[in-house]
Design a protein around this ligand. Structure first.
Ligand SMILES: NC(=O)CC[C@H](N)C(=O)O
Length: 381
């Protein structure tokens, strides 16, 4: 039997649909992602913490879910909004239906929503705080008012430090590199000793760890608040700064630690939140974007070669090119809106990328950046 669900936005917009996940209520920032595939990777990407994700591709759930295509151990998104859930899920790897998967992780979802109308609102007005009510919560008089109230009670992502919330509690080792080679793969596994990379976990996606491991790196993943002194004491070949949710600006513990690491000659590579944190630690500023970039076909230009790459993206904040100090150079720019996509320090072996070279989901045009990091570590050794 169909259970009702309501999606409400802070601007007063209301959508009625069908509950496809758990019953109850949830709130967060509502964003849209235009990728045609990869709903499992998107749901489990820790960077979506406190965000309700709308998928613009209309048929979601066709291939069901499996235990492999995940970027973390749980669903991170605060909720899922889709147009149509197919009656049947079918794939040789299908282990569960998408709706059962949402329920088993106690995550709310709403289907039968006019996601084109919703996306137009988000594009015109910017990402909105919103709420989903599902099941009994969405029934009866006052349900719409309640949904609007829950939406407006969400404080918004600006100023929210979530990296330390989703980070691992204790350090762990990672060496699994299967299925992750990507383009431009530099096989360094023949080297006598693997490169030891300490990876700051601000909400790291597993495919980043896999892609580093597949390039001959032995990883120690450390909690977001690990002081630089502890990282340096591990005597790594390089330091990696992970992706992660929330606003980079309040992550003062990370900015301080990265600043200290930048006082050494260690190679540093950052992705997404890690890129924004490298910018902040180098003295630049970050801004909240109108609706951000969430998709798998975003053109980004390498400013040195002129080459255009099709990239995977998921961010709502950005390092501000106008604030880059003299020792930081812009290396990549978005061809959608001209925003900054990559930087490098001119005085240190440190660089970072705003989009997702690890894809998952998405194209792997930017995978050679992992090789660049390995080459830097090789040069230093
Ligand atoms: N994927 C990420 O690391 C996202 C970074 C940051 N939370 C943002 O929204 O911009």
């Amino acid at each position: 039997m169909n259970r009702p669900a309501i999606l409400a936005l802070e601007d007063g917009s209301v959508f009625h649909g069908t509950a496809i996940g758990a019953d109850g209520q949830t709130s967060g920032e509502v964003v849209f992602n235009t990728a045609m595939t990869g709903y499992q990777e998107i749901l489990t990407d820790p960077s979506y913490t406190r965000q309700i994700v709308t998928l613009t591709y209309p048929h979601i759930g066709n291939t069901g879910v499996n235990a492999e295509d995940v970027e973390s151990g749980a669903i991170a998104a605060a909720g899922l909004v889709i147009r149509d859930l197919p009656l049947m899920a079918s794939s040789f790897r299908c282990e569960q239906r998408l709706d059962d998967y949402l329920k088993s992780h106690n995550v709310l979802g709403i289907a039968d929503v006019d996601t084109r109308r919703l996306t137009r609102i988000l594009r015109d007005k910017g990402a909105q705080n919103g709420a989903i009510l599902a099941g009994a919560e969405a029934e009866g008089e006052g349900a719409v008012e309640r949904a609007l109230q829950v939406a407006r009670d969400f404080p918004g992502l600006k100023g929210m430090d979530l990296a330390k919330e989703v980070s691992c509690q204790a350090a762990y080792e990672w060496s699994d590199g299967e299925w992750a080679l990507g383009a431009g793969y530099a096989d360094t596994r023949g080297d006598e000793r693997p490169f030891h990379v300490v990876a700051y976990d601000y909400g790291v996606k597993r495919n980043i760890l896999r892609m580093l491991a597949s390039r001959g790196c032995r990883l120690t993943v450390v909690p977001a608040q690990t002081p630089a002194s502890e990282v340096l004491a591990m005597n790594p070949d390089g330091v990696f700064l992970a992706n992660g949710p929330g606003d980079p600006e309040p992550c003062d513990y990370a900015i301080t630690a990265i600043r200290e690491i930048l006082e050494t000659e260690l190679p540093v590579f950052g992705i997404c939140l890690g890129h924004q944190l490298l910018a902040l630690a180098s003295g630049a500023g970050t801004v909240k974007m109108k609706f951000g970039h969430h998709g798998a076909n975003h053109p980004v230009q390498d400013l040195d070669s002129g080459q255009v790459m099709i990239t995977s993206q998921n961010h709502g904040f950005a390092a501000d090119e106008a604030t880059l100090p003299a020792n930081v150079r812009a290396t990549h720019r978005s061809l959608f809106d001209g925003s900054l996509q990559g930087i490098e320090r001119t005085d240190r072996p440190a660089f970072s990328f705003q989009g997702h070279p690890e894809a998952s989901p998405g194209p792997r045009d930017v995978a050679p950046l992992f090789d660049r990091f390995v080459t830097m570590m090789k040069a230093r050794r």
